[in-house]
Design a protein around this ligand. Structure first.
Ligand SMILES: CC(C)(COP(=O)(O)OP(=O)(O)OC[C@H]1O[C@@H](n2cnc3c(N)ncnc32)[C@H](O)[C@@H]1OP(=O)(O)O)[C@@H](O)C(=O)NCCC(=O)NCCS
Length: 244
C-alpha cells in the first residue's frame, strides 16, 4: 500500500488530521437513558487525554474508525452509544449529559443519524484518515469525515463534513461530495462527479465522469451510473435504473 502522499508541510499535515488540541472546547453530549458510568481504560501506548478524541457510536463502523485512530497514534478517550458494549478494552458509556473536552468523531454508518447527531453537538470534530489512503494535497476534507484504508481522493476534489470514504473506494479529480455522504467499499467515482448531501453510494458502484447525483439518493451495490440522478431516487443495476 502507498502511504499518504502530497500532504505538504508539517503544518498542512496537522491541519488534515485535525489535531486541533489547542482549540479543544467543552461541549455537551446529548442525553441518553441514564444507566451507568464505567471509566474507560486507556492503554499506555495511547496518548494523553489532551491528544485523544471521543468516539460517538459503538457498532461495526466504529471498530474500523478505532483502528484508524490507533494507526494515527490518536488515543480514544471515551466512547458513547445508547447500547453499552465494549470495544478493544474501552467500555462504552451510556450516560446522562456529560461535559467532555476533546474533538469528537461520529462513527455511525447511517447518514441520517450522523447528520442528526452532528447537529445536536456543540464542539469540534476530528477527522480520521487511514495512513494507507492517498489524499491529494489539492483536495479538501471536511471535519468529521473518515477515510478508510486504500481509499484515493484525487486532485481538486472536495469532501464534505461527516462523510465516509470507505475501504478501497476512489473519488477522482474535481469531484464534489457534499456532507453526510457514504461512498461504500470499492466504489469508484470518475472525475467531476457531484454527490448530494446524505447520499449512499453502494459497494462496488461505478459513476462515470461528470454525473450529478442528488441528495439522499441510494445507489445499489454494483450499479453503473451513466445518467444524472434526482434527489431521493434509488438506482440499481447496469446501467443504473430507478426502482424507487
Ligand atoms: C439498492 C438497495 C438499497 C435496495 O434495497 P431494498 O430497498 O431493500 O430493495 P429490495 O431488496 O426489495 O429490492 C428491490 C428490487 O431491486 C433489486 N435489487 C436490489 N438491490 C440491487 C442491486 N444492488 N443491484 C441490482 N438489483 C438490485 C432486487 O432484486 C429487487 O428486484 P425485483 O423487484 O425484480 O425482485 C440494496 O439492495 C443495496 O444494494 N444496498 C447497498 C448495500 C451496500 O452497498 N452496502 C455497503 C455497506 S458498507
Amino acid at each position: 500500500m502507498t502511504r499518504i502522499i502530497n500532504l505538504g508541510s508539517k503544518a498542512k499535515k496537522v491541519d488534515v488530521l485535525m489535531l486541533r488540541r489547542s482549540k479543544a472546547i467543552t461541549y455537551d453530549v446529548p442525553t441518553f437513558t441514564p444507566t451507568k458510568y464505567i471509566p474507560v481504560k486507556i492503554s499506555s501506548e495511547e496518548k494523553t487525554k489532551d491528544d485523544a478524541v471521543v468516539i460517538y457510536g459503538a457498532g461495526g463502523h466504529s471498530k474500523v474508525v478505532y483502528d484508524i485512530l490507533k494507526l494515527m497514534k490518536v488515543g480514544v478517550v471515551r466512547i458513547f452509544d445508547d447500547n453499552v458494549k465494549e470495544i478493544e478494552g474501552h467500555f462504552v458509556e451510556n450516560t446522562s449529559l456529560q461535559k467532555v473536552k476533546s474533538d469528537i468523531i461520529i462513527t455511525i454508518g447511517d447518514n441520517k443519524a450522523r447528520k442528526r447527531i452532528s447537529n445536536s453537538l456543540k464542539g469540534s470534530f476530528a477527522t480520521a484518515i487511514h495512513p494507507d489512503s492517498i489524499i491529494d494535497s489539492t483536495s479538501k476534507i471536511g471535519e468529521g469525515t473518515v477515510i478508510m484504508a486504500g481509499a484515493v481522493v484525487n486532485a481538486s476534489s472536495k469532501i464534505g463534513k461527516h462523510c465516509i470514504i470507505n475501504t478501497l473506494s476512489s473519488v477522482d479529480h474535481d469531484c464534489v461530495i457534499h456532507d453526510y455522504v457514504h461512498i461504500s467499499p470499492g466504489a469508484n467515482l470518475c472525475g467531476s462527479v457531484e454527490v448530494g448531501e446524505g447520499t449512499h453510494i453502494g459497494a462496488g458502484t461505478t459513476v462515470i465522469q461528470g454525473m450529478k447525483i442528488g441528495k439522499w439518493v441510494v445507489i445499489g451495490a454494483g450499479a453503473v451510473v451513466i445518467k444524472d440522478v434526482s434527489d431521493g431516487d434509488t438506482i440499481v443495476g447496469v446501467p443504473g435504473k430507478k426502482i424507487k
